[in-house]
Ligand binder design. Structure first.
Ligand code: NAI
Ligand code: 15L
Length: 265
């Protein structure tokens, strides 16, 4: 079990879904974000920090033996916003980790690293990157940083290309990309408990009937997602319109991100 797990991005969607459910992973948890989580309890340690603040990130990482790195810009945005949180922030995190005993890192990467593959293609960990916007490029950068620190210093990282981590799938694409929060929690446990991690790509996805991604390269982690988006298929069919087959939402794995414009700062 970890002594202290740092969770960045703790006030975000995923942070709020998982951060109070990791008592089997770490004896204590340090939460951080630029914004204070709405439901912060008095007994929780919270440190406000902008990931672009090098010294602040250094202080955050000190004393932690694991990092769940969720913080940063999570949608397509102008390059300036992405640069601070997802590029400078990742640099600051890995430099702090190098200075503070190389805590194992679970990096929240994204399916948008490979968003320009078609939905009829099947990908494994070796798929060449095809980012679908600046957000996807920033996650591609983060994976490159993780690999560089692994090969140079032995820093271990799980590069988790999350599909869609929300309480339930709400549209047709999410029937393939859905990552149930409880499957994410199970993955966090395996990543920090595994005797050897390395620096693998892991597709963050549940055991859905429909799937684009193959995780056989990380069978050694012993992680078994249990949830299946198929349980929601009838609800999705009743509530979400099926997109036209030529709509980018139905064509590319990245869905609407692949069709989006460049956002100017
Ligand atoms: P979110 O946008 O709800 O949460 C991200 C958090 O990062 C926010 O609370 C925000 O305040 C914080 N943040 C933004 N800029 C920051 C900065 N400069 N310094 C410190 N904190 C900053 O995103 P969500 O959905 O919780 O995702 C968590 C992580 O997982 C993100 O890195 C996202 O890119 C990644 N991801 C999430 C997916 C999902 O389906 N929810 C899918 C693929 C990747
Ligand atoms: C992501 O990377 C985003 O952070 C999340 O908000 C969703 O849009 C998700 O991908 C997705 O592709 O569904």
């Amino acid at each position: 079990m970890l002594e202290k797990l740092l969770i960045t991005g703790a006030a975000g969607v995923v942070g709020r879904l998982v951060s109070d459910k990791l008592s089997h992973v770490a004896k204590s948890v340090r939460l951080s974000d630029i914004a204070e989580p709405a439901d912060l309890r008095e007994d929780e340690e919270f440190i406000a920090c902008d990931l672009g603040d090098r010294d602040g990130v250094d202080r955050l990482v000190a004393g932690c033996d694991g990092v769940l790195h969720l913080g940063g810009v999570s949608t397509e945005q102008g390059f300036g916003k992405i640069l601070n949180a997802n590029i400078v922030g990742v640099h600051n995190l890995y430099e702090a980790a190098r200075r503070h005993g190389q805590p194992r890192i679970l990096l929240a990467s994204s399916n948008h690293v490979v968003g320009f593959y078609r939905q009829d293609e099947r990908l494994d960990a070796n798929a060449t990157h095809r980012p679908d916007g600046w957000y996807g490029v920033s996650k591609s950068f983060a994976e490159a940083v993780a690999l560089m620190y692994f090969h140079k210093f032995g820093q271990e990282t799980a590069m988790v290309r999350i599909g869609s981590c929300f309480p339930e799938p709400v549209d047709v694409r999410m029937l393939s990309t859905w990552f149930a929060p409880e499957d994410f929690i199970a993955l966090v446990e395996r990543v920090f408990a595994a005797p050897r991690l390395g620096c693998p790509v892991i597709y963050g996805v549940s055991d859905n009937d429909a799937t684009w991604w193959d995780n056989s390269d990380v069978a050694y982690l012993g992680w078994r997602p249990r949830r299946n988006s198929g349980d929601f298929a009838a609800k999705v069919a009743a509530t979400a319109a099926a997109p036209d087959k030529d709509d980018p939402v139905a064509l590319y794995q990245g869905g609407k991100f692949a069709a989006g414009p460049i956002i100017e700062d």
